[in-house]
Design a protein around this ligand. Structure first.
Ligand SMILES: NC(=O)c1ccc[n+]([C@@H]2O[C@H](COP(=O)([O-])OP(=O)(O)OC[C@H]3O[C@@H](n4cnc5c(N)ncnc54)[C@H](OP(=O)(O)O)[C@@H]3O)[C@@H](O)[C@H]2O)c1
Length: 315
């Protein structure tokens, strides 16, 4: 089977088509014939060498796959069936990643795609949806609390806003002028200019500071002044520790929600209920993975780029 992979980390062109042995599902697993794999910043960072693997290469990136279940191991307890259209959250390791024609995944990291969504759209949900869920679960803010979000025009930021609104939080979000309408349409109550001044802008709207922050733009210490005394800031690149006025940076990793099938299924339901919007920026054939990575790294993508892995078989 074909996979998009790299042998040695580097620029986008290290991603090439590789022929890998077709996997078979083991106990607890399902085999998915992949049709769509979303491209996320984590994939570009992995390709550039930021993450190591304890498995040999070639290294297959990709944390989100959507496709059709082709096989289920006899020793897998699941309500899923062969032929189901599903989306999966994957933690890449060695040649195990989402940029492939077929992948085996633990059944508890797989759920049906939302009704009414395409496989391409569904592939944009698992990894960033679970990250948004984890961020809000970690903050655990009460209804009515004020949450600030940086990087609000991005995929993670958008999901955070929508989940937060569904939980009765007031959301203050950042945006460049061109993204204001997008961020408002996600449900943000207040939209302020993004960048270095955002923290001060938040303070001018909320003089005591906000109750919690999800820092999807990786502003880290720059955003601390926006937080209320003793509030928590969720960081997504490992920054942590106490800062001024008892404000604490709390690092989250979506891998902590690997196998949390109920959380992933709740996200599916929230798409069906109209709480979450799936945003696709563009769909590219798998061979164009280098172009997708270049575009991702250049910034300015709104919605997710998705790699397509061929047509589905006739049913
Ligand atoms: N810890 C984890 O487990 C985990 C899980 C998922 C994601 N992440 C991380 O979360 C981050 C967001 O992911 P994503 O998928 O949402 O990426 P994304 O779709 O590219 O969104 C990031 C957004 O932040 C904006 N931005 C960049 N620099 C900014 C700045 N200085 N001020 C304000 N906005 C800024 C970007 O705008 P431009 O496009 O204009 O630059 C973009 O709108 C990434 O760093 C990713 O690696 C971590």
């Amino acid at each position: 089977m074909k996979a998009i992979a790299f042998e040695t980390p580097g620029g986008p062109d290290v991603l090439t088509v590789h022929e890998l042995p077709a996997p078979t599902a083991g106990p607890g697993e399902v085999l998915i014939r992949v049709q769509a794999a979303a491209v996320s910043p984590t994939d570009t960072m992995r390709r550039a060498g930021a993450r190591t693997s304890d498995q040999p290469g070639p290294f297959v990136p990709g944390m989100d796959a959507a496709g059709v279940i082709e096989a289920i191991d006899d020793n897998t307890e699941t309500g899923l069936q062969v032929g189901d259209e599903v989306m999966a959250f994957l933690v890449p390791n060695g040649s195990h990643g989402a940029y492939v024609e077929r992948v085996t995944v633990s059944a508890d990291s797989v759920v049906p795609i939302p009704k009414g969504a395409s496989l391409v759209e569904a592939s944009t949900l698992p990894m960033n949806g679970l990250t948004a869920r984890l961020a809000l679960d970690t903050l655990n803010l009460p209804k009515g609390a004020v949450l600030a979000v940086t990087g609000a025009a991005g995929t993670l930021g958008g999901y955070v806003i929508q989940l937060a609104k569904a939980e009765g939080l007031t959301v203050v979000a950042d945006a460049a002028e061109d993204d204001e309408a997008l961020v408002k349409s996600a449900g943000a109550d207040v939209v302020l200019p993004r960048g270095e001044e955002y923290a001060q802008q938040v303070r001018s709207k909320c003089p005591d500071g906000v109750d919690g922050i999800v820092d999807a733009a990786v502003q880290v210490d720059e955003i601390v002044p926006a937080a209320k005394d003793g509030a928590s800031i969720i960081t997504i690149r490992g920054d942590k520790g106490e800062r001024e006025r008892g404000v604490t940076l709390r690092s989250i990793w979506v891998t902590d929600y690997d196998g949390k099938q109920a959380k992933l299924d709740a996200l599916r339901q929230q798409v069906e209920d109209g709480v979450l919007t799936l945003r696709v920026a563009d769909v590219l054939p798998k061979e164009n993975a280098p172009e997708a990575h270049r575009r991702m790294e250049a910034g300015g993508i709104r919605g997710r780029l998705v790699l397509e892995f061929g047509d589905l078989p006739e049913s």
